[in-house]
Write a protein that binds this ligand. Structure first.
Ligand code: C2E
Ligand code: MG
Ligand code: MG
Length: 762
């Protein structure tokens, strides 16, 4: 649980995502609720409109029924012959006994076949009035059995110009001929009052329509609306097709969108329509939605803000923790590992060296007279000098090595896979690099030159643990100081001597290389018949003071000091020159092999250099073989080397694997690089005849070469027995003292001539 919390707290961005997720969720829930509320508002409005429509329908139907009954009474009395004999008073009484209930609605009257009024519920003597022009008269006159007819609205002449409608029934005489009508007029103000009391909201409407679309009454009341036709509206067909229903539409009259609920009034050709404006329906909802929206936005903003603040705070805390960690393990001024971190690094390097049984070196580096810089130039300048020193130290070592600051002007270098030669070399380079003037950026024209004293201890010889190695390197550094500063001292006297020799050798080698002190010896490569098949160029150093130095020794020094590429270039040029010279003298030498190392292939211009050298001496790419050991393929900059190898292959120059079998167990590189020849190392050849293991290894190596279709040559062949064994197992080329040691150019010519005389002419 604690672990989960801690890992969550290590991810500040997570809180921002959480904030966004919470916000999205609450917004989503709010939106769904608001939508639901809106649906509810609509449902409630529909129920209210339906209820209102129903109650108005019932009320109106009831009143129309009363009116119709009263009219039917009048018809009955009119069609009873006895009634005609009665006095007007009595007739009035008989005819309108039921009509008193109708008074509120309007009046009931009768007219004869010519349309003249004969009876009127309001007066015993009916007023002189002719209705023959009216639709309610004409419809009944025209059509027998038309039943109850409902007129279009009109302005009542007797009712002081008030809008009315009329219901009419037909009167027939004894012969069934048209005898007039009975009509009931309904004052529309009745509906007006009825509708007025209904609660409809600000933009609601109530409409009483005839089924042909004629407006009988509309609330809100405008006199002009009465008699208008709504038959053109798109929802009109819905209205007339069923008894009741609801729909949403934009009104023809005022273009307001409303929810409409309609009901047909009984069997009358009338429809009551209740319209509630959607604006009114949603007014409350809108207010609430707005409030809820504002609250949600505020809450969301607060949530996001809190999350942002929390995550920012967390980020600051993590940054601070990181910084503290850096402070704990790294030096603030130079950014180098500090003493504590160096201890950890030393432990790591020593464990690794112990495991691989390799050597490593500890260099204690102390600037000479640094205190004087601080005292005379100030601490700012002192800091600058230390930073620059750190930068330069880093440039002096390989990626796997460690540079750190112990404090003050003391630095430490821990070098992995490092023997005394390399340690001496790196220390020498550090002295040289640090001795370059440092120009101070804060003080123009000021430059400071400082030397350093370096003490070296070597693992495992000078100590098995970090403390001992550090102490011994420190002591060696003090020796360097007391011996006059600006120098390197080794803790162990034996290394001290070796390192001195190493330095002397390096200087002497450089002198020899540049002063013509090196030469090249040539060793023939022969086939089974002893005929010359090639020659290997081997560098020689015979120093006036040091005597003959073995290539094994000075090649290692050249590699460590970086002189090797210069040396190899010189040998390549010299060997090519010599081959060209022999050929010019008429001596037939098939080609020349030259030894190269990893450093050569790392030169970007190496392929071009080889091509140039061949051209200068008039040789062909086929005249040259480059001998490299397997180690080259496993160098740390294998990619650069591959690029060079590809370019060299493209030139048509052959590669030979030297000392084959002594390097790496993986043979996969043989597929990847363009190898032409394998050289079986002399250590295997030496054991032939005495050591069964060497013999079987030699056999195996020959087999590999033959299977891969490479030429196989054995080096270090010293006896006939070795040669015969090798020939038996398929190795058909040889190099070694049995045929010839490496020779000077002049001796090589003599060897070739002697050989020619021995060989049968062919
Ligand atoms: P390598 O390329 O394997 O050369 C063969 C070495 O075996 C040579 O030693 C040669 O003198 C020696 N040798 C030849 N025949 C016999 C024999 O029958 N018996 C014995 N015991 N040894 C024999 P050398 O000249 O001392 O060279 C040592 C190594 O130095 C060479 O081994 C090569 O790796 C390197 N080397 C020589 N010249 C150059 C050069 O110009 N450049 C580079 N990078 N390395 C070179
Ligand atoms: Mg060789
Ligand atoms: Mg060899």
């Amino acid at each position: 649980m604690i672990r989960i919390t801690r890992s969550l707290l290590a991810k500040p961005a997570l809180f921002i995502f959480a904030g966004i997720a919470i916000t999205l969720a609450t917004t989503g829930v709010t939106a769904v609720s608001l939508y639901q509320m809106r649906l509810d508002a609509m449902t409630q409005a529909r129920d209210a409109a339906n209820n209102l429509a129903l109650s108005l329908e019932k009320e109106t139907e009831h009143n129309l029924d009363i009116c119709q009954l009263a009219m039917r009474d009048v018809v009955t009395s009119m069609e009873t012959p006895a009634t005609l004999q009665l006095t007007p008073d009595a007739r009035h009484l008989v005819a309108f006994s039921a009509a008193k209930n109708v008074r509120e609605l309007g009046a009931i009257f009768a007219a004869d076949a010519a349309g003249n009024s004969t009876l009127d519920s309001r007066w015993i003597q009916p007023p002189k009035l002719n209705v023959s022009e009216r639709d309610f008269f004409q419809v009944q006159q025209r059509q027998k059995g038309a039943g109850l007819y409902l007129s279009k609205p009109f302005m009542s002449r007797l009712g002081a110009g008030k809008p009315s409608i009329a219901l009419s029934l037909r009167l027939d005489d004894a012969n069934g001929q048209f005898a007039g009508i009975v009509a009931g007029t309904l004052r529309l103000s009745y509906f007006h009052h009825l509708f007025e009391d209904s609660i409809l909201g600000d933009h609601g409407t109530l409409t009483l329509l005839e089924t042909d679309g004629t407006v009988v009454m509309r609330q809100p009341y405008h006199r002009d609306d009465i008699g208008r036709s709504l038959a053109g509206g798109h929802s009109f067909s819905t209205l007339v097709q069923s008894d009741h229903g609801t729909y949403v539409d934009v009104a023809v009259i005022d273009h307001v969108e409303r929810l409409y609920s309609f009901r047909r009034i009984g069997n009358y050709p009338l429809v009551v329509v209740v319209g509630l404006a959607t604006d009114d329906i949603f007014a409350e909802w809108r207010k609430r939605a707005f409030a809820i929206g504002i609250v949600t936005v505020i809450l969301d903003a607060l949530t996001i803000m809190l999350c942002l603040m929390f995550s920012a705070q967390l980020r600051r805390r993590l940054a601070m923790e990181r910084q503290l960690k850096t402070l704990a393990w790294f030096d603030a001024l130079t950014g180098l590992p500090n003493r504590a971190q160096l201890n950890k690094e030393m432990l790591r390097v020593l464990t690794e060296s112990g495991r691989n049984s390799s050597q490593s070196a500890v260099l204690f580096i102390d600037l000479d007279r640094f205190k004087r810089v601080n005292d005379t130039q100030g601490h700012d300048v002192g800091d600058e000098v230390l930073s620059e020193t750190a930068r330069r130290l880093r440039d002096c070592v390989r990626g796997e090595d460690v540079i750190g600051r112990l404090g003050g002007d003391e630095f430490l270098a821990i070098l992995q896979n490092c023997d005394v030669h390399r340690a001496a070399h790196v220390a020498g380079r550090i002295l040289q690099t640090l001795y370059q003037p440092i120009s101070v950026s804060t003080k123009a024209d000021t430059s400071i030159t400082l030397s350093a004293s370096i003490g070296v201890s070597l693992y495992p010889h000078d100590g098995q643990d970090a403390d001992t190695l550090l102490r011994n390197a420190d002591m060696a550094m003090y020796k360097a100081k007391s011996a006059g500063r600006n120098q390197v001292h080794f803790y162990a006297p034996v290394y001290e001597r070796q390192a001195k020799e190493q330095l002397e050798l390096e200087i002497a080698l450089q002198r020899a290389l540049r002063g013509g002190g090196l030469s090249v010896a040539y060793q023939p490569k022969v086939d089974v018949t002893g005929a010359l098949q090639g020659v290997e160029a081997l560098v020689r150093w015979n120093d006036a003071k040091l005597g003959v130095v073995s290539p094994e020794r000075f090649i290692a020094i050249a590699e460590e000091s970086g002189l090797i590429t210069e040396l190899d270039s010189w040998v390549l040029d010299e060997a090519c020159r010599q081959l060209a010279e022999w050929r010019a003298e008429g001596i037939d030498v098939p080609g020349i092999s030259v030894n190269v190392c990893a450093a050569d292939f790392k030169r970007p211009d190496y392929p071009a250099f080889i091509a140039h050298t061949l051209r200068v001496h008039g040789l062909q790419p086929a005249d040259l073989i480059l001998e490299m050991t397997e180690g080259v393929m496993f160098d740390e900059s294998a990619d650069d080397i591959r690029a060079s190898l590809d370019a060299i292959r493209a030139l048509g120059i052959a590669l030979s694997i030297d000392d084959f079998g002594t390097g790496y167990s993986s043979l996969s590189y043989l597929h990847r690089i363009p190898v032409k020849e394998l050289k079986i190392d002399k250590s295997f050849v030496r054991g032939i005849g005495t050591d069964a293991m060497s013999e079987s290894l030699a056999q195996t190596l020959i087999n590999i070469g033959n299977v891969l279709n490479l030429s196989v040559i054995a080096e270090g062949v010293e006896t006939r027995a070795q040669r015969d064994f090798l020939q038996n197992y398929g190795c058909l080329m040889y190099q070694g003292y049995l045929f010839s040691p490496p020779l000077s150019p002049r001796d090589f010519v003599l060897w070739v001539e002697a050989q020619r005389q021995q060989m049968p002419a062919g």
